[in-house]
Design a protein around this ligand. Structure first.
Ligand code: 5GP
Ligand code: ZN
Length: 113
């Protein structure tokens, strides 16, 4: 999609500090980390947000969660981490290409605010 920053990262038009990619998903470190370890896992295809997911995307999202947990292990985060989808501007979404945040390396508070 034109003017989508994450589609541009997928296409290689904007650089990113990539951690993992395959034909369907991409993981990269967040440019503005909110924890000592903060990375994003995204579908390569453009899906605006979780509401825009189709039934055919259900397996893809499971893959994103599973791969994120693998990366947490590989990068020393272990099993204590926060998994976040900010859905909609009112919930803090700023990039309208579905992405799952993985945050770790520090204690997490609840509620998140
Ligand atoms: P949201 O606020 O939509 O849930 O999360 C968007 C995230 O994308 C933010 O944490 C922001 O720091 C990150 N981000 C925005 N632009 C870029 C970029 O060009 N490169 C990387 N690596 N992260 C980005
Ligand atoms: Zn996109």
């Amino acid at each position: 999609m034109i003017d989508c920053i994450f589609c541009k990262i997928v296409a290689g038009d904007i650089p990113a500090n990539k951690m993992y990619e395959d034909d369907e998903i991409l993981a990269f470190w967040d440019i503005s980390p909110q924890a000592p370890k903060h990375f994003l896992v995204i579908p390569k295809k453009h899906i605006a947000d979780a509401v825009a997911m189709a039934n055919e995307d259900i397996e893809l999202m499971g893959k994103i969660i599973k791969q994120g947990t693998r990366l947490a292990q590989e990068h020393g985060i272990g099993s204590d981490f926060r998994v976040v989808i900010n859905n909609g501007a009112g919930a803090g979404q700023t990039v309208f290409h579905l992405h799952v945040h993985f945050l770790g390396g520090r204690a997490m508070l609840w509620p998140p605010g």
